[in-house]
Ligand binder design. Structure first.
Ligand SMILES: *Cc1c(COP(=O)(O)O)cnc(C)c1O
Length: 395
C-alpha cells in the first residue's frame, strides 16, 4: 500500500483525534526508519521515547518472538516467570520495594494515584486525598491523569473532572508550601517535564520539596514515564536528582516498542494494594515482560548509560555552538533534549525536518524535542544534527 491509499483508509475509517504528519512508516532498523515510498529517515524521536534500544533490535526481536512462540498470555491469576523476573530486576535497579505492571503511562499514574490515596485513607481516614501537581505537567489522558495534568487547555469538554487535584508552578517552594494543607496526600512531578517543554526541575527545589513533604508524610510520586529506563543518562531520573521517591511510574521506554508500564513503590507503599483493590487484564503479560527484560539486558550493559550521557552532551554542545538566532535555549539531560525556538513554530520545524529525512518531536509551545533511541550511533547523531543545522541556517 502506498501513502495515498493508507491516508484514504485512515480518513474514511479512523477517528481523527490526531493530526498526523504526511508519512506512513513501513519498517525500521536501529535509528533508521523507512516510509512506504522507500525514503530513509534518521529517527530522533523513537516513537515518543519508546524505541529505547532501536527499531528491530535483534536481541529484543529474539526475546519477543521466542516468548510469543512459547506463551503470550495467561492472565494475572497465575504466576509467570517474565513478570516476576522483571519485577525483581526493576526493584534492584531502583532501590524500590515492589512493582505492579500496567499497559500505559496513564494507567501507571492512575495506579500511583490510587496507591497514594489508599495509603492516606488507611492511615489517616477519609478526606486526605488531594494530589498536588505542577503547571505544564503531563500525566496522561484518562480522567484522573488528565485532571492531574497541569495544563488548563486540557481541562475542557470532559466535565466533570476528578476531584482533589491542585496545581502549583514548578521550582517555586513557597507556592508548594502554601498549597500543602491537611488534605494533601501526595505530590506528583516529572523530574524533567517532557510534553510540557523539556523543563528540568531544579535540584535544590526537588531536595527542598522532598524535605518539606516527607515531614508531613505526604508521598512523592515521580512520573518517570518519559524520563525512566536510561533516557536521562541515569537508569532513573530520580537517581540523578539524588532523591528517593515513594512511588515511581514507568512506561514509554520500558518495553522498547510494546505496551508495558510499571508502578514501583517503596517500603511504605508496598502493602497498600491488597488482593482485589487494583488490577488490569493485560498488565505485565508475558510478551511485554519479555520485551522489557530484553530492554534491561541492553540498558544495563557496562558503560551503556555513560554513552547515553556522552551522546546527549555532544548534541547539546553542538547545537549551542551554532549560535543560531532561531534558537533561544538548549536544555535537557541525557538523550532527552529540548531546543527552544524563537520566531519558528516547532510544528513547522518538525514537518520541514521530516521532509529533509529527520524525525523529531515538539514539546510545549516553542520547543523542538529530541528523543533518539538510546542506541543511536555517533554517525547518525552527526547526520541528524547536520540536517537540523542546514535547516536552521537556510531559514
Ligand atoms: C507520555 C506520558 C504519559 C502518558 O503515557 P501514555 O502511555 O500515553 O498513557 C504520562 N506521563 C508522562 C511524563 C509522559 O511523558
Amino acid at each position: 500500500m502506498n501513502l495515498d491509499y493508507i491516508k484514504q483508509l485512515d480518513s474514511e475509517n479512523v477517528i481523527q483525534n490526531y493530526a498526523r504528519y504526511n508519512v506512513a512508516f513501513k519498517k525500521g532498523s536501529g535509528s533508521l526508519l523507512y516510509d512506504t515510498e522507500g525514503k530513509e529517515y534518521i529517527d530522533f524521536a523513537s516513537g515518543i521515547g519508546v524505541i529505547s534500544v532501536g527499531h528491530a533490535n535483534p536481541h529484543w526481536v529474539k526475546a519477543v518472538s521466542e516468548q510469543a512462540g512459547r506463551l503470550a498470555h495467561v492472565s494475572n491469576l497465575f504466576y509467570t516467570q517474565p513478570y516476576a523476573v522483571l519485577a525483581e530486576r526493576l526493584i534492584k535497579l531502583s532501590g524500590m520495594k515492589a512493582a505492579f505492571f500496567a499497559n500505559s503511562g496513564a494507567e501507571a499514574n492512575e495506579g500511583a494515584i490510587k496507591i497514594a490515596r489508599k495509603y492516606s485513607n488507611d492511615k489517616y481516614g477519609d478526606g486526605r486525598y488531594t494530589i498536588i501537581t505542577l503547571n505544564q505537567s503531563f500525566h496522561g489522558r484518562t480522567m484522573a491523569t488528565l485532571t492531574a495534568t497541569g495544563q488548563p487547555a486540557h481541562h475542557k469538554y470532559f466535565h466533570p473532572f476528578v476531584e482533589g487535584f491542585k496545581y502549583v508552578p514548578p521550582n517555586d517552594i513557597k507556592a508548594l508550601t502554601d498549597a500543602l494543607d491537611e488534605k494533601v496526600c501526595a505530590v506528583m512531578v516529572e523530574g524533567i517535564q517532557g510534553e510540557g517543554g523539556v523543563n528540568p526541575l531544579e535540584q535544590d527545589y526537588v531536595k527542598e520539596l522532598v524535605k518539606i513533604i516527607s515531614e508531613r508524610d505526604v508521598l512523592l510520586i515521580l512520573d518517570e514515564v518519559q524520563t525512566g529506563i536510561g533516557r536521562t543518562g541515569d537508569m532513573f531520573c530520580f537517581q540523578g536528582l539524588d532523591i528517593k521517591p515513594d512511588i515511581v511510574t514507568l512506561a514509554k521506554g520500558l518495553g522498547g516498542g510494546v505496551p508495558i508500564a510499571a508502578v514501583l513503590v517503596n517500603d511504605k507503599c508496598k502493602d497498600i494494594l491488597s488482593h482485589g483493590t487494583h488490577g488490569t487484564t493485560y498488565g505485565g503479560n508475558l510478551i511485554c515482560c519479555a520485551a522489557a527484560n530484553a530492554v534491561l539486558d541492553i540498558v544495563t550493559e557496562p558503560r551503556f548509560l555513560d554513552q547515553v550521557k556522552a551522546k546527549g552532551e555532544k548534541i547539546k554542545e553542538t547545537v549551542k555552538g551554532w549560535n543560531s538566532p532561531l534558537i533561544k535555549e538548549v536544555r535537557g539531560k541525557g538523550l532527552m533534549i529540548g531546543i527552544q525556538l524563537k520566531d519558528l513554530g516547532p510544528k513547522k520545524a518538525v514537518a520541514d525536518l521530516l521532509d529533509r529525512g529527520l524525525v523529531t518531536l515538539t514539546a510545549g509551545t516553542d520547543v523542538l524535542r529530541l528523543l533518539p533511541p538510546l542506541t543511536i550511533t555517533e554517525e547518525e547523531i552527526e547526520k541528524g544534527l547536520e540536517i537540523i543545522r542546514d535547516y536552521l541556517i537556510k531559514k
